[in-house]
Ligand binder design. Structure first.
Ligand code: PAF
Length: 279
């Protein structure tokens, strides 16, 4: 496995590998979810690259950029065991040298939900993903469905800017109790990890109700809220049943939609989602 710290090092190393390249962009603190993306990238391509970069421009001023978990040595070991060929772990200056002033905005998809709660977040994500795709020039790029709005933003970015890469969305990897894997889960106490299973329970309740014929979104959302209210420590931010592509709110579920949940346990923000619809 080769570790590139600069764009030039990455490109030189890439040129020695033939065939297609699958890319897994990450902010490090790798867990089983990231490793499943790397596994998929390896399966679909001759070579697999993974980027590790805690991207400052996608954090708001009162968010956790300074305390975001950083475990480079452990991450590199995990990449090597997962058969990653190339890791790109640039410095801040490499990604944002003095004079940096160009941004990418994906307008409509960035407006609601996480975009509303975290102003500027998706502009930071779209900008860094566009840069990482330009630097690494993969054939395919792999993202988890856990950050579902991010995945839709990236689909739109690649389509609208004609970036020649296939974006592959991959299923959320969960802990045994259903909690979606996330680098920020390290901030949860063991007890909070147990309590967090209520989110997955609520998502499943929504799916059950649809299977038994419910199509009214207001009733589905209320049912989810009732499940979530069973966990007194959980502070709900939003629950919404939305169009799976535009992320606009729905009033009636006719095809397959997406249910989005965001909540806090202590100071940890948890987001999760699931497909919801008949069939
Ligand atoms: O999902 C993430 O880890 C980040 O948002 C990404 C896509 C690597 C951009 O920094």
């Amino acid at each position: 496995m080769f570790l590139a710290r600069s764009i030039q090092e990455f490109r030189e190393a890439r040129s020695t590998l033939g065939g297609t390249l699958g890319l897994v962009p990450t902010m490090g603190a790798l867990h089983a979810g990231h490793l499943s993306l790397a596994e998929r990238a390896r399966r679909d391509n001759q070579a697999c690259a993974l980027t590790i970069f805690v991207n400052p421009i996608q954090f708001g001023p009162s968010e956790d950029f300074a305390t975001y978990p950083r475990y480079l040595e452990q991450d590199l070991q995990r990449c090597a065991s997962a058969g990653v060929h190339l890791v790109f772990a640039p410095s801040m200056e490499e990604m944002y040298p003095p004079g940096f002033q160009s941004w990418v905005t994906v307008e409509n998809l960035s407006r609601r939900w996480e975009g509303e709660r975290r102003p500027g977040h998706f502009r930071g994500v779209a900008t860094v993903v566009a840069k990482l795709l330009n630097v690494t020039q993969p054939n395919r790029a792999y993202f988890g469905e856990k950050d579902y709005q991010q995945l839709q933003v990236i689909h739109a970015l690649v389509r609208d800017l004609n970036i020649p890469v296939e974006v592959v969305g991959c299923p959320t990897v969960r802990e045994e109790n259903g909690l979606a894997m996330s680098s920020r889960n390290v901030f949860l106490s063991p007890e909070q990890r147990q309590r967090a299973e209520i989110i997955y329970r609520a998502l499943r309740r929504g799916q059950e109700l649809v299977r038994s014929g419910e199509r009214q979104v207001a009733r589905l959302e209320e049912a989810l809220r009732q499940v979530l209210a069973q966990e007194p420590e959980l502070r709900l931010d939003y629950v919404a049943v939305v169009d799976a592509k535009t992320l606009e709110p729905l009033s009636q579920l006719n095809g397959i939609g997406r249910v989005l949940v965001a909540a806090y346990l202590g100071s940890v923000r948890l987001i999760d989602n699931a497909a919801i619809g008949p069939g």
